[in-house]
Design a protein around this ligand. Structure first.
Ligand code: SF4
Length: 297
């Protein structure tokens, strides 16, 4: 019988080899200037996690309706790696990425946490997956005790392919995978699977129409302030397309489709942290943020 690995032993293994893991990560794209920071950023506890359930205000809304959510935050484009972990990102989203700028993510401890996780992802993929599977198992066990549904978003602040072993772990544990992507191919491939991806609009209407026609919902960020209503519908491809409020919860796997099976718009409000106030105009100019009173494409 194969002995099940414990969190303590998985963490001890990482700690013992951490310096060489960080060096491997540098060989795979982690910025060399961050070597010391990455080494120091590894948590000091004996049994650490890559991610804990309900760790942001947005997914906490899900907890209130019986969904326990785990979101993994790695370093987004331009933060800690020489090659990007968001290959379809655009300049405006890179400049204003939630991962860099909004809510709790603006704090340095969050950045350091993303740094060690990214170093582990780049430096020892097997150890990373082992720890993530343990996190998913913990999520499933604790949610079961409370009678909650579980959800997992691999790309909280990146846009990379979800490893097959993580998809199959989600299936085994009955965890609902979900996420957002700027990759049209990944969004379309995910339609009808247990890991649906919402296509993120970046100003290109043709790509959004292809995603919608293929049955993928399209996430669109509006300049609507927090606390105000989003438009009910927009005109895209000469026809009205319904908008659902994506800020009510992050549980994208529960989102409906249009009556003909095509995708709907998942409306999100632009979150204005102090540091990004100036960025709204730039984001609108780039097409990444849509003006709610001019919604015909
Ligand atoms: S693709 Fe997404 S995660 Fe990456 S920089 Fe853009 S908004 Fe951030």
């Amino acid at each position: 019988m194969i002995k099940k690995i414990t969190r303590r032993s998985a963490c001890l293994d990482i700690r013992t080899r951490w310096t060489s893991i960080v060096d491997n990560a540098i060989g795979n794209g982690l910025r060399e200037t961050l070597r010391t920071s990455a080494i120091d950023a590894l948590p000091t506890s004996d049994a650490f996690h890559l991610s804990r359930p309900n760790s942001s205000a947005k997914v906490d809304k899900g907890r209130k309706i019986g969904i326990d959510t785990l979101i993994l935050y790695l370093s987004p484009a331009g933060e800690a790696v020489t090659s990007t972990l968001c290959e379809d990102s655009v300049p405006a989203c890179r400049a204003l990425c939630l991962g860099h700028s909004a809510g709790r993510m603006i704090m340095t401890p969050s950045k350091l946490a993303r740094l060690w996780r990214t170093a582990l992802w780049l430096g020892d993929r097997e150890a990373f997956i082992r720890l993530l599977v343990l996190d998913l198992e913990s999520l499933a066990t604790s949610a079961k005790k409370r009678g909650h549904v579980t959800a997992f978003r691999f790309n909280g602040s990146t846009d990379i392919e979800v490893p097959d072993v993580i998809r199959s772990t989600c299936e085994r544990l009955d965890v609902n995978g979900y996420g957002y992507t700027k990759s049209l191919a990944r969004a379309m491939d995910s339609v009808g699977t247990r890991y649906p991806l919402t296509f993120s609009f970046s100003g290109n209407v043709d790509r959004a129409l292809v995603a919608r026609d293929h049955g993928a919902n399209v996430a669109m960020v509006f300049d609507t302030p927090v606390g105000h209503e989003l438009p009910d519908a927009i005109v895209m491809g000469h026809e009205p397309v319904g908008v659902i409020d994506g800020d009510i919860s992050d549980a994208r796997f529960l989102d409906p489709k249009d009556i003909d099976g095509r995708g709907l718009i998942v409306g999100l409000r632009f979150k204005k942290a102090k540091a990004i106030n100036k960025g709204l105009k730039q984001a609108i100019r780039s097409g990444w943020v849509v003006e709610a009173d001019k919604v015909a494409f």
